[in-house]
Design a binder for this molecule. Structure first.
Ligand SMILES: Cc1cc2nc3c(=O)[nH]c(=O)nc-3n(C[C@H](O)[C@H](O)[C@H](O)COP(=O)(O)OP(=O)(O)OC[C@H]3O[C@@H](n4cnc5c(N)ncnc54)[C@H](O)[C@@H]3O)c2cc1C
Length: 474
């Protein structure tokens, strides 16, 4: 059951950049094409632009620190720009279609936890209150998370890092931007410094600038930033917000789990907030399913904090040290902290501990370095029939093996033989065990007799470190 106090999905475009890892997750559940279709008008708007005004701006070269990657060697997915107000209806539709009890206009008023369940008091659109009893609760209730507060969970991080205003407006700018399909356009005008974000690339835009005089004439400022008196501007909303880094000190307590902004707030400079939240859900969903169906012990759920807290912290920290300067995105951080390679930030994170068997190998963050190290995302390798290794992963564990390796007949795990085992860091007799979230759980580079002996993952779960708080609360 999903409850949301608002009557419908977000009317604000907010997040737009759906990164390749999130698109891989959407591909896994079969909605990647629907998301691309929803973001359709922004297809091709992947480059940045900059100039004194929008009229004078030019597209910047698309650069990544290691040069232009061979995307087909990295991922079967394509990143997508799809504003949150267009994405959320797709997600809502798929949830309803697949049997989720979706209740808009319904507010969670209180939670009471016992040893074996949580009782939730809900107020529906008719004002009536009902109590629902459920084994687990996922708090996806945003940056100000009432549930996190009720649980008394503190947050750490770099705190507030500035103040900004988003001016969401409608204007037909098609003539002005026809030859520069931009994602973001940095405006360097002394009286209108800021940036435009394309929402549909035609008529809907966001202009972001530092917060200042609250009574400012926003239509006039936007016109200065556009650099043309002609367009008719309709201001749709003006939203003040504060970029900042706040990470909850624990991502779960008892039967309640924090995900998304409830767990980690980060500045938008790496476009990672919504992506990280969706990836939290992906990490947690299969664990809840396996525990609920009796396929795994409840201790599996402890790995959610062990894995997602460091991942959330790393992404929030990396988002905080990016300068936001589109001309100089990848070279310098605000305080000298090394910048992770942008692709490594999206795809290359290795969980330090959790529901996997470490083998001592580590993944670098200064470049994309995925060779099926336990705790990392499975490398994408094309299989003989043109599919990706990622496409072979279903809702249970999966073994990917070298051509000369086999599971004993008693093992009840699907096996796929891979023609390029070296891409997974194994030989012809080696094997890799992959979790339903496409994270490598175990790797055996070579077996002496070609027989794959799977590890006892339940024993491994006993080694998950207890939750420690990370610093002073904010
Ligand atoms: C300007 C801007 C640009 C951004 N750009 C990007 C980007 O390009 N890429 C990216 O990945 N992220 C981006 N983000 C971040 C992204 O928008 C957030 O990370 C994301 O919306 C968080 O989703 P969430 O579901 O965790 O929280 P929210 O979107 O805040 O949703 C929480 C929901 O919980 C509901 N709720 C709260 N309490 C209750 C209750 N008691 N009962 C019922 N419902 C309740 C609220 O009504 C709300 O709808 C951007 C953010 C901003 C501000």
């Amino acid at each position: 059951m999903l409850v949301e106090r608002h009557p419908g999905t977000s009317p604000q475009p907010k997040a737009r950049r759906i990164n390749i890892r999130t698109m891989e997750l959407f591909r896994q559940i079969g909605i990647d094409e629907a998301v691309h279709a929803a973001g359709g008008t922004l297809a091709g708007h992947y480059r940045m632009a900059a100039g004194r005004t929008l009229a004078e701006a030019e597209l910047l070269e698309f650069t990544l620190p290691g040069g232009t990657p061979d995307w087909d060697a990295i991922t079967p997915a394509t990143a997508c720009l799809c504003a949150q107000d267009l994405l959320e209806p797709v997600l809502r539709g798929i949830a309803e279609e697949r049997g989720v009890d979706v209740r808009f206009g319904t507010e969670l008023l209180a939670l009471t936890e016992s040893d074996d369940a949580v009782s939730a008091t809900l107020r529906g659109p008719d004002g009536e209150t009902v109590t629902v009893t459920t084994p687990y609760v996922i708090a996806a209730d945003g940056a100000h998370s009432p549930i996190r507060r009720q649980l008394g969970i503190t947050r750490s991080g770099r705190g507030t890092l500035g103040s900004a205003v988003n001016v969401y407006f409608a204007a037909d700018l098609r003539n002005l931007v026809r030859d520069k399909p931009f994602n973001l356009c940095q405006i360097e005008h002394p009286h209108a410094t800021g940036a435009f974000a394309s929402i549909d690339g035609e008529r809907r835009w966001i202009y972001t600038t530092a917060a200042g005089d609250p009574g400012r004439d926003w239509a006039a400022t936007v016109r200065t930033a556009i650099g043309s008196p002609d367009p008719e501007i309709e201001i749709l909303s003006v939203l003040a917000w504060e970029p900042g880094m706040f990470v909850a000190d624990r991502f779960s307590r008892g039967r309640i789990f924090l995900i998304g902004d409830a767990a980690h707030v980060m500045p938008p400079y790496a476009a990672a907030g919504a992506n990280t939240g969706i990836q939290d859900a992906h990490n947690l969903a299969w664990k809840l399913a396996m525990v609920r169906s009796g396929q795994a012990p409840p201790v599996l759920l402890d790995s959610y904090h062990a894995e997602r807290h460091p991942a959330g912290w790393f992404t929030a920290d990396q988002s905080s040290i990016r300068t936001g300067n589109l001309r100089d995105m990848h070279s310098a951080s605000t305080d000298g902290t090394p910048l992770a390679d942008p692709l490594a930030l999206i795809l290359g994170y290795q969980y330090p501990a959790g529901a996997f068997v470490p083998d001592g190998t580590t993944a670098a963050t200064d470049r994309l370095d995925l060779t099926a190290q336990p705790g990392t995302r499975l490398p994408h390798v094309r299989t003989g029939d043109g599919r990706s290794t990622l496409d072979l992963i279903g809702t249970g564990y999966t073994v990917l093996a070298g051509p000369a390796a086999a599971l004993p007949d008693t093992a009840d795990v699907p096996v796929h033989h891979i023609s390029q085992p070296d891409r997974l860091g194994i030989t012809a007799t080696g094997a890799v065990l992959v979790r339903p979230d496409q994270i490598v759980a175990w790797r055996e580079p070579a077996t002496p007799d070609g027989i794959i002996r799977l590890p006892d993952l339940d024993t491994q779960l006993r080694h998950i470190p207890p939750i420690r708080t990370t610093g002073p609360a904010n």
